[in-house]
Design a protein around this ligand. Sequence first.
Ligand SMILES: Nc1ncnc2c1ncn2[C@@H]1O[C@H](COP(=O)(O)OP(=O)(O)OP(=O)(O)O)[C@@H](O)[C@H]1O
Length: 611
Amino acid sequence: MSASPTKDGDRLQFTAELPTGEDLYELLPQDLRYKDPKSKYDALYPEIEEVLGPTQNFEPCTLVWRDLTVHVKLKDGKQKRLVNNVSGIAKPGTMTALMGPSGAGKTTLMTALAHRSPVGTIVDGDIAMNGTPLGDFMHQESGYMHQDDLFVDNLTVIEHLTIMARLRMDGRTSSLARKRRVNQLLRQLSLYGSRFTLIGGLDGRKTLSGGERKRLAFATELLTDPGLLFCDEPTTGLDSSSAHQMMSLLRASAAQGKTVICTIHQPNTELMAQFDKLVLLAEGRVAFAGTSTQALEFFKSLGYHCPLMYNPTDYFIKVLSLTPGSESASRQAIKNVCDRFAVSDAAKELDMEIHLEFHLMDNEGSIRAAQREPHDTFQPPFFLTKLWWLIYRYLLIVIRDPRVQFVRIIQKLAIALTAGLCFMGTARLTQSGIQDVQGALFIIIAENTFSPMYSVLHMFPEEFPLLNRELKAGLYSAPIYYTAKMVALLPGLVVEPTLFTLVVYWIAGLRGSLYAFGFTVFLAILVLNVAIACGSFFSCVFGSMPVAIAYLVPFDYALMMTSGLFIKLSSMPKYVSWIRYLSWLMYSNEAMSIVQWDGVQNISKFQPYLP
Ligand SMILES: Nc1ncnc2c1ncn2[C@@H]1O[C@H](COP(=O)(O)OP(=O)(O)OP(=O)(O)O)[C@@H](O)[C@H]1O
């Protein structure tokens, strides 16, 4: 590897070439440097590898954007402009900070640059990565670390990374290479010691700290070794030492030659020194872009002198914030800063750089595309692989929470015993026995319908945020997710109805043949599975548990009323009688009744038990 570093203040600027071990040494935190300066490079190299990773498979990325405007469609049909005519460039080996007051448009701009804007967002303008206009390939070619890290809490660190490696990495990657990458990241991000720790934890068992969660989120994004990294407020919620550690890791990634873009809230001077470039946003416009030293000079030229002992970034944000009570004056002042920056020398220089990049893209685009076409080379894992690893993930969740399973089984047995004891000895072949048999059958159907249907209502709303994120990242499709989820639940969906029916059936003394018992159990399993599917449907469609319950209650009443137990179906008014065709309670009641009464010709004479 060769490098051509140039000094800009204290920060090394890398051109497209990758840095050598010697260059990297200068960037390492003091505590990682070797004690003996004579032999520092040779002896230190393994440590550099530890921090930066020995392999560099990524392609250096230049991201350039021009006249970028982002709108959202509001509910009344109007459009709201969140980002207004913004241009910029981020080069390999650099770290860019997007800063500004709350609501300035930082996250909106970054999601647009990462090709991850939410649905309903309209992005106008040009954005290109290495000369290629943005497309879905950004999900493979870039990493995006969200501000709020979402995980499946019941997994350990190593399980999470292993599953993510199977879902994210190229389908042709060998098992050894995947394991090596996971291992490498665990060591690089100081997670090796916590690799068997649950991410969320049960019963107060040791769980990950905020800093470890952030590093795990970062490790997840690094699995595919992308050349471009977006980080939304990577230090928010961390104490100063964890924040410093996080920034050192981002700096190390940039030192490897990666392009790092972060939104960040008022970093202290030490953290700010890690960034090569600062982009200040206000009211969706660029108020400044350049180094922090240039920023101080620019604001000074406008009459804003940063007081001594004052953190410059705090000062810039203060200047660009709306002052409560004098919003219009603040808006005018912000507009003035943005207008002055737009005609400044720094902005002209930046414009030239951006235009040059787009000019090269226009002239060499086809050659570059023919040479690399990076997104064409990625081969996603086979869908059965994704399905298998998702099933594994959801099975682990079910197994990890044995209390839930245990309590559910105990609850089922208790209800079954109570119901069975109420019906004990009543299932006789007499006129009154008909009602008792039908009653016992209805209890089997109702218990396998209502409580399972309501018990899954919380499932999807709880999982939506993570599911949405993983679906958008293209890790798997909705049918694969649903199939995996249901397969993982399947053992419970068979055991529960079987146990319940077994107890009620034998205590109540329903028809004693193996055929009748087996068929009733089979029907109970089907009933529970349909009920779970129906509950899942309501949970998905209505998105929140209270709303889902509000719609499900009238629906299940309609199903119950048309089950054939309470009203003679043929006497129901035509405008409601059609509902029975949706009612699995009606079908299962009919099928179970046939099984119980099949072959019975005469109930006039007393018989103690069903034949
Ligand atoms: N879907 C939307 N509909 C309406 N307004 C929106 C929508 N998304 C974002 N906004 C508004 O756009 C502005 C910019 O939002 P954005 O999240 O990008 O700000 P930010 O600079 O990242 O703020 P913060 O630092 O507080 O996270 C805010 O005023 C926000 O209320």
